[in-house]
Design a protein around this ligand. Structure first.
Ligand code: PEP
Ligand code: CO
Length: 462
């Protein structure tokens, strides 16, 4: 054990090792795993604790209705797809959505990518069998490779280091795109004008024209467009692979507290949120802002117990619940959870993930979702919060900036036959560029009915 390891152990970050850890690969070579994690313990952090603290403040604002969160990106990032073009398209899509949502919400939008670290996937089975051959399931590029061969599927710890390096280069490009002029509000707005000028999307041109007037008003009134050339953008992923997350944990030199420096915001998935499980135990010791996915079997008691474990100090912005109920259940199941948490005085930020409860296999055999069903779950989420007088704090979506055909429907009316045209995802189906923008315009409309906070609260605290 090196001295940092000892100090981290003193801070309790290794207590998770005595808990059951679901969804972990079986690494065949323990020495190779140790070599990889020892190396990861030496590398520079991908993000800084101070940045995670800033995000906590923004998430707190979203929990109060003074901001709105947009979290989006691939279901599973793929090493070979971390190219400049694809990263740029994803950033561009999220920035375009954010402008539309900012207008609808009349508040800042907190932009978080499922990017630069979203490489580990929970699976329903340890193995996969094809034509009588059984191999380990694909658990994401951080563990093994998608190709159905023995060599590709055996968990390989060298991939932990690859994940770190690909995350670093992705984050480097994200930082360049979001601070180097690419994100300039006027430019992003022009891209949106291009979208709504397409006759197919004429329904959104009215809102785009309203945003245009707002931008012109700002300009005429002497708004500081120089400041709007730069946007804050945060990284996030599911903290699933504990060997990786633990190896990137560092002690913040300012506070002496442990932060998982693999990403700003980390979440616990629906399959690994057991109260006595290793994921909850590990993240309870980490000071980043955290999310927990809550599926349709969750109860108010589960939510309250998770809050007690992960946020005993009831710190605003520390804990985000990401509800992924399914469009057919959100109106029945979510109210009990939101009400229970509200009545217990627990501070959480509520996001909707309208993707993971709405997945099915199409007749032609593709794993897909329907655009209209996704939107219906978002609507249900807003209705529940409106009825309870609570705050719908944000949207969590699987998207890509490319013109893939993975989700059915939308104005372009992708049908079952159309899915075959460009179905690329290795795991879950993503909204494509146009579907993402359409979703933003539709959610913006829902947001415009949300209560608008007093103007003086609309500055993020530093
Ligand atoms: C995911 O976000 O890709 C995921 C696996 O979600 P969930 O844990 O909600 O099923
Ligand atoms: Co997914």
């Amino acid at each position: 054990m090196n001295t940092t390891d000892e100090a981290l152990a003193q801070l309790g970050v290794d207590s998770y090792r005595s808990c059951e850890a679901l969804q972990q690969p079986v690494w065949p070579d323990a020495d190779a795993l140790k070599r990889a994690t020892d190396r990861l313990k030496q590398v520079p952090p991908l993000v800084f604790a101070g940045e995670a603290d800033v995000l906590r403040g923004h998430l707190a604002a979203a929990g109060r209705g003074e901001a709105f969160v947009l979290q989006g990106g691939d279901c599973a990032e793929i090493f070979s797809e971390a190219t400049a073009d694809r990263i740029r398209n994803k950033i561009k899509t999220i920035l375009q959505m954010a402008v539309v949502l900012t207008y609808g919400a009349s508040t800042p939008v907190v932009k978080i990518g499922r990017m630069a670290g979203q490489y580990a996937k929970p699976r329903s089975s340890h193995d996969e069998t094809r034509d009588g051959v059984t191999l380990p399931a694909y658990r994401g590029d951080i563990v093994n490779s998608f190709a159905f061969t023995e060599e590709a599927r055996v968990p390989n710890p060298d991939r932990l280091l690859d994940a770190y390096h690909v995350s670093a280069s992705t984050l480097n490009l994200i930082r360049a795109f979001t601070t180097g002029g690419f994100a300039d509000l006027r430019r992003v707005h022009q891209w949106n004008r291009g979208f709504s000028a397409n006759p197919a999307y004429a329904a959104y041109d009215k809102v785009a024209a309203e945003i245009d007037r707002a931008v012109r008003f700002m300009e005429a009134a002497g708004g500081d467009f120089e400041a709007l050339k730069t946007v804050e953008f945060f990284s996030s992923h599911e903290a699933l692979l504990l060997d990786y997350e633990r190896a990137l944990t560092r002690i913040d030199s300012r506070s002496g507290l442990p932060y998982d420096c693999s990403g700003h915001f980390l979440w616990i998935g629906e399959r690994t949120r057991q109260l006595d499980g290793a994921h909850v135990e590990f993240l309870s010791k980490i000071h980043n802002p955290l999310g927990v996915k809550l599926g349709p079997t969750s109860t108010a008691a589960d939510a309250m117990a998770l809050a007690e474990r992960l946020n005993p100090g009831n710190v605003e912005g520390r804990l985000t619940f990401v509800a992924r109920m399914g469009a057919d259940k959100v109106r029945d199941v979510l109210p009990g959870l939101v009400e229970g948490v509200r009545d217990a005085g627990i501070n959480v930020t509520w996001l909707t993930d309208p993707m993971h409860g709405n997945t099915f296999t199409s007749e032609s055999g593709y794993k897909t979702r329907r655009f209209e069903t996704i939107l219906d779950e978002v609507k249900g989420f807003f209705e529940v919060h409106r009825d309870l007088g609570t705050v719908p704090g944000g949207l969590h979506v699987e998207l890509t900036g490319d013109d893939v055909t993975e989700v059915l429907g939308g104005t372009a009316e992708i049908d079952d036959e159309g899915l075959a045209m460009r179905y690329e995802t290795k795991v879950d189906p993503r909204l494509n560029h146009e579907q993402s923008l359409e979703m933003a315009f539709l959610v913006s409309e829902l947001l415009s009915h949300r209560e608008v906070p007093p103007l003086e609260t609309l500055r993020f605290e530093d």
